[in-house]
Design a protein around this ligand. Sequence first.
Ligand SMILES: CC(C)(COP(=O)(O)OP(=O)(O)OC[C@H]1O[C@@H](n2cnc3c(N)ncnc32)[C@H](O)[C@@H]1OP(=O)(O)O)[C@@H](O)C(=O)NCCC(=O)NCCS
Length: 213
Amino acid sequence: MEQVDIIIADESHFSYAHEICEVISDSAKVRGTGIAKRTPEYVQTKMQNRNAIIALSGDKFAGFCYIEVWGHEKYVAHSGLVVHPDYRNQGLAKKIKEFTFNHSLKKYPNSKVFGITTGLAVMKINSDLGYKPVTFSELTDDPKFWAGCKTCTNFDILTAKNHKMCLCTGMLYDPAITVKKKEKWFNKRVLKRLKNIKQTMLANNKQLLLWKK
Ligand SMILES: CC(C)(COP(=O)(O)OP(=O)(O)OC[C@H]1O[C@@H](n2cnc3c(N)ncnc32)[C@H](O)[C@@H]1OP(=O)(O)O)[C@@H](O)C(=O)NCCC(=O)NCCS
């Protein structure tokens, strides 16, 4: 694989916005699935706000993903993940998503991270990062987020189901729950270490007593 750099996009990447939108919409046509349409101007706003991640091989576009903030930072979503066909099946999507995830956790540490997708690749990547599948009721109720689905070919289904379900699977990562799990794991380790120290001290004490006798 050629060297691919994954970076936080800025104004210097504006010229890639058209190509990014084209690859997203062409891929959706090939898959025959619905997709929320993005305009180059929207992509450029994400770059300007440092909420977009771009993968480049030299000056060739290789992949992209961006962060959206919903419900006054209660939620963030990672959307528009795309890898140029020339760079697929080499683990690039996974790396871009990991990079986006870490950048987003640093920038929005208290926000729940979610995504909706019909793609198995994205489901796999999300679940490796610790996302759990959830019903739409667990996701943001910000109407602007759901308005993004208007350009998806399945929007009729979402409307018919009162925005409660659709063909996409909702996936959620709650940093509060993960931190609790980590704390538990940490406590277990500390307890194990304390137990080892105590056992060593006890063994040394016994040896000392035997020696004194
Ligand atoms: C989906 C997409 C981003 C995957 O990019 P990629 O760089 O080829 O993916 P990776 O190589 O990082 O693969 C990640 C995982 O998904 C799996 N995967 C990749 N493409 C897959 C596919 N089409 N179907 C099922 N699984 C797939 C890989 O085997 C890998 O799984 P593993 O971790 O168990 O080995 C890319 O095909 C693409 O841009 N598609 C069009 C846009 C799109 O569908 N975006 C998602 C919108 S929700």
